[in-house]
Design a protein. Structure first.
Length: 304
C-alpha cells in the first residue's frame, strides 16, 4: 500500500498528487517492489531488510540516495501475552524525496515534533526521534506492568505471573538490542552529517536525538537488570506462599484429627466408660473441644 505526503508551509499533510516528496510504502506488493528496485535504484537486499523484523540497524550510502534501516517497537497485541516485539523500518533519502518502507501499518507521524517540518531531511530526523519516543513510551508501560505483576506475585502460589515476568524480561532484552543497534546508526549519521548535508538546526536535532536514545538505552538497561536480579527473590516468594499454605492446611488437619480421635475412642463397640451416663454425648463433645484448645495452646507455646 502506498501513501503520499507533502510539506506545505511547514506542515506535513497527505497528498493526492502523482508526484510527492514523501512516499510511504506499507508491506509493498511485487509491483511496488519492482518500481522501488528498477526505477528508484533501491538495492533489493536493503529493501528486503526493511521488511525483515530481525534485521539490524545500519546506514549505507548509495550513488543516488542514503539508505537507513532502523529498529522501532511493533504495535502490541493481546495475543502476544506481554511479549513486546520490534520491527524494522527502511528510509531512503534522495535529494528531493524521502521513501519510507514498513512491514506493518504503524503510525510513525504522531507526536508534537511533527507540527513543523521544513524539509525531507528534517522529516527523516523527526521520524527517527519518534522511534526513540516510542521506545520510551513502551518502557513506561513495562514499568507499570512490572509493578502490577509484582503485587500479584506476592500473593500468588502459581507460575502464571512469574511466566509473565519472564516474558517481560525477554521483551526488554529485545528492546536493548534494538536501541543499541539504533545508537550505532545515530553515531554514524553524526559522523557523516556534513556528507549528508545536515544544516545547523538538523545537527542540533541529531545531537538531541542521540542524547534521548542514550537515556532510553540506560533506562531499559536498568529495568532489565532489576527484573533479572529480583526474579530469584520472586520465585522464593511464590515458594514461601506455598509453604505457608501447606502449614495452614496441616494446622487445620491436626485440629480436626485430635477431636476425631476423642470421639472415635468413645464410639467403639465395646464396654466403655460413660456408656450408661445420661449426659455422655455432651461430656464427649466437651472433651473433644478441650483437646482442640489444648493443641492450640501447645502450638502457640512452641511457636510453631
Amino acid at each position: 500500500m502506498l501513501r503520499k505526503f507533502e510539506i506545505t508551509e511547514n506542515k506535513f499533510v497527505e497528498s493526492e498528487k502523482l508526484v510527492a516528496p514523501v512516499l510511504l510504502y506499507i508491506n509493498p506488493d511485487e509491483n511496488e517492489k519492482r518500481y522501488l528496485i528498477d526505477d528508484l535504484k533501491i538495492d533489493e537486499h536493503t529493501l528486503n531488510s526493511s521488511l525483515d523484523p530481525d534485521e539490524l540497524s545500519r546506514l549505507e550510502f548509495e550513488p543516488e540516495h542514503i539508505a537507513i534501516i532502523l529498529k522501532r517497537p511493533r504495535n502490541y497485541s493481546g495475543k502476544d501475552f506481554l511479549l513486546f516485539k520490534t520491527t524494522s523500518q527502511g528510509m531512503f533519502l534522495f535529494s528531493d524525496k524521502l521513501v519510507i518502507i514498513l512491514s506493518d501499518d504503524l503510525n510513525i507521524f504522531e507526536g508534537k515534533h511533527f507540527l513543523k517540518i521544513k524539509s525531507v531531511k528534517d522529516l527523516m530526523l523527526r521520524i527517527v526521534l519518534g522511534a526513540v519516543y516510542h521506545f520510551l513510551e513502551h518502557l513506561k508501560i513495562f514499568n507499570t506492568i512490572s509493578d502490577e505483576l509484582e503485587k500479584k506475585v506476592n500473593t500468588s502460589m502459581g507460575n502464571k505471573y512469574l511466566i509473565n515476568l519472564f516474558t517481560l524480561e525477554k521483551s526488554l532484552v529485545y528492546y536493548l538490542n534494538a536501541i543499541n543497534s539504533n545508537s550505532l546508526v545515530f553515531e554514524k549519521l553524526k559522523y557523516y552529517s556534513q556528507k549528508i548535508g545536515f544544516n545547523f538546526e538538523e545537527n542540533e536535532m541529531l545531537e538531541d536525538l542521540i542524547i534521548e536514545n542514550t537515556q532510553c538505552y540506560r533506562q531499559s538497561e536498568i529495568y532489565s537488570n532489576i527484573l533479572a536480579s529480583l526474579m530469584d527473590a520472586r520465585v522464593s516468594i511464590v515458594s514461601n506462599n506455598i509453604n505457608l499454605l501447606m502449614k495452614t492446611l496441616n494446622i487445620i488437619t491436626i485440629l480436626i484429627m485430635v477431636p476425631t480421635l476423642v470421639v472415635s475412642a468413645f464410639s467403639m463397640n465395646v464396654k466403655i466408660p460413660l456408656a450408661d451416663h445420661p449426659h455422655a454425648f455432651y461430656i464427649i463433645m466437651g472433651l473433644a473441644l478441650i483437646s482442640v484448645f489444648t493443641v492450640v495452646l501447645i502450638w502457640k507455646k512452641m511457636k510453631w
